[in-house]
Design a protein around this ligand. Structure first.
Ligand SMILES: Nc1nc2c(ncn2[C@@H]2O[C@H](COP(=O)(O)OP(=O)(O)OP(=O)(O)O)[C@@H](O)[C@H]2O)c(=O)[nH]1
Ligand SMILES: [Mg+2]
Length: 456
């Protein structure tokens, strides 16, 4: 059931209610009734007023509901009081999302992250058990089963368990860190798919790679990042990565827990922001995604550049900054990752809607110069996907220039790098050098890749 309206003013109430329904369906709950309730003055003890609780109670009794979900945030006390008044289990949005994540997490790291987040959430609310639901549903995730003992245990036990999980996570991350190092050594550029949950990231991933990643009309179908190689027009190979979807009000415990996973995005060379353009809430969803990206520090290159330049100018005016401060500011700003916005589910649009959006794309591109790149696609039909590959390829080779290198034929690492990261236009014998036979290569490289190449 729907909680405080107005708590998230930028989300449409109907869309939000539909999303809450989707979240419940995502763990196989049957939604018998969904209602939006306007809260003018939140009650400290129960959130809702007496009359509203009566209404919920009637609806719950009529439908023999076992569980009441409040799509908002409840304090431990509110949750307990509502459970007493409604005589059934009550969970809030955070609790529900934790359940979904608990069920979905597939890797060791994902499971530990979710358990940690859940313990953190539970520590503040040691509540009654789920016995009846557990029996009915066989107890998965944290609705019952292993989570149960912790719920009933005292806080100290929870804290001990959290400490233990943190140590295990540390261990798992060290191992993953090794994997990532290895990937960083592999010279392929990385294209990361990000977006609101259910936007179509996995469908697009499958379309572009021909892989069978779980894509479903379920919120949070994907939790763990998945990587696969793709071919791009001007590049031999790139790595495409599919990531966890974002959602508004992602519980703080989960944001923290999944930060490490999301940080994979910061290692990307291009970010593809997949949007469900047919969703009425698409603008609000975009803002949520941009907020997360901003948190990760991969956003607003223009703003950052401006701020950095301004700071540099001020420093110089104050007379204590070095001559090259502005230049350094420029360089700092150029580390930002370019973003392609994909307007997905184009097939669902009415013809006139599609025409209007096409105009918007043309307008935004001319208004913002090269600042914004939008590609309309349908991951389902494949429409626009070639265009996306061309665009990604162009971004990866942006401002590329042709360089000529003479390299020892035995220097496999440098040769592999040039083939992977650049577009090799010509390759020829360059005679004997001090280290044996040499090759001359004409290669188109972006400034970013040139920097990496010279650092090899
Ligand atoms: N009509 C239409 N449906 C699409 C398109 N792309 C994806 N879908 C559907 O949207 C739903 C969600 O797709 P997913 O690819 O699982 O979405 P996701 O972004 O990976 O979602 P999470 O992993 O939950 O974050 C599925 O039912 C897809 O079939 C599209 O271009 N057109
Ligand atoms: Mg997915």
């Amino acid at each position: 059931m729907r909680g405080p309206k107005g708590q998230v003013p930028d989300l449409d109430a109907d869309a939000r209610l539909a999303e809450a329904r989707g979240l419940a369906l995502a763990i196989g709950l049957e939604v018998v009734e969904a209602m939006a309730i306007v809260i003018r003055e939140p009650r400290a003890g129960t959130l809702f007023g007496e009359g509203q609780i009566q209404n919920i109670s009637v609806a719950a009794n009529l439908n023999e509901a076992e569980l009441v979900i409040v799509d908002g945030s409840l304090t431990a006390i509110q949750q307990r009081n509502l459970e007493e008044k409604l005589k059934r289990k009550v969970i809030d949005r955070t609790g529900l999302i934790l359940e979904i994540f608990g069920e979905r997490a597939a890797t060791a790291e994902g499971r530990l992250q979710v358990e940690l987040a859940h313990l953190d959430y539970q520590a503040g609310r040691l509540v009654r058990s789920w016995t009846h639901l557990e029996r009915q549903r066989g107890g998965f995730g944290f609705l019952g089963g292993p989570g149960e003992t912790q719920i009933e245990a005292d806080r100290r036990m929870i804290r001990d368990r959290m400490a233990k999980i943190r140590r295990e996570l540390e261990q798992v991350r060290r191992t993953r860190g090794l994997h990532r190092d290895r990937r960083e050594k592999a010279p392929w550029p990385i294209v990361a798919l990000v977006g609101y949950t259910n936007a179509g990231k996995s469908t697009l991933f499958n379309r572009l790679t021909g892989a069978g990643v779980m894509a479903e009309d379920l919120l949070f179908a994907t939790l763990d990042p998945t990587m696969r190689a793709i071919r791009l027009p001007a590049l031999e190979k790139a790595i495409l990565s599919d990531t966890v979807g974002f959602i508004s009000d992602l519980p703080t415990q989960l944001v923290a827990a999944f930060r490490a996973t999301l940080e994979e995005v910061t290692a990307a060379d291009v970010i593809v922001h997949v949007r469900d353009i047919a969703n009425p809430d698409t603008e609000a969803q975009k803002r949520q995604v941009l907020d997360v990206l901003a948190d990760l520090g991969v956003l607003e290159p223009q703003l950052d550049a401006r701020a950095l330049r301004q700071a540099a100018r001020e420093e110089r005016a104050a007379g204590w900054a070095q001559e090259d401060a502005e230049e350094r500011a420029e360089q700092g700003a150029s580390h930002q990752i370019p973003i392609i916005e994909v307007w997905n589910k184009w097939d669902l649009l009415e013809p006139e809607q599609a025409a209007g959006l096409r105009e918007a794309i043309a307008h935004r591109e001319s208004a913002h110069g090269d600042g914004e790149t939008i590609v309309a696609v349908s991951a389902l039909t494949g429409e626009g996907c070639d265009d996306l590959l061309v665009t990604a390829s162009r971004m990866l080779t942006q401002d590329a220039k042709v360089y000529s290198f003479v390299i020892p034929a035995a220097d496999g690492q440098r040769l592999a790098f040039l083939h992977a990261r650049g577009e090799v236009m010509a390759e020829e014998d360059a005679g004997e050098g001090p280290d044996g036979p040499q090759l001359r290569l004409q290669v188109r490289l972006s400034p970013r890749e040139l920097g990496r190449f010279t650092a090899l």
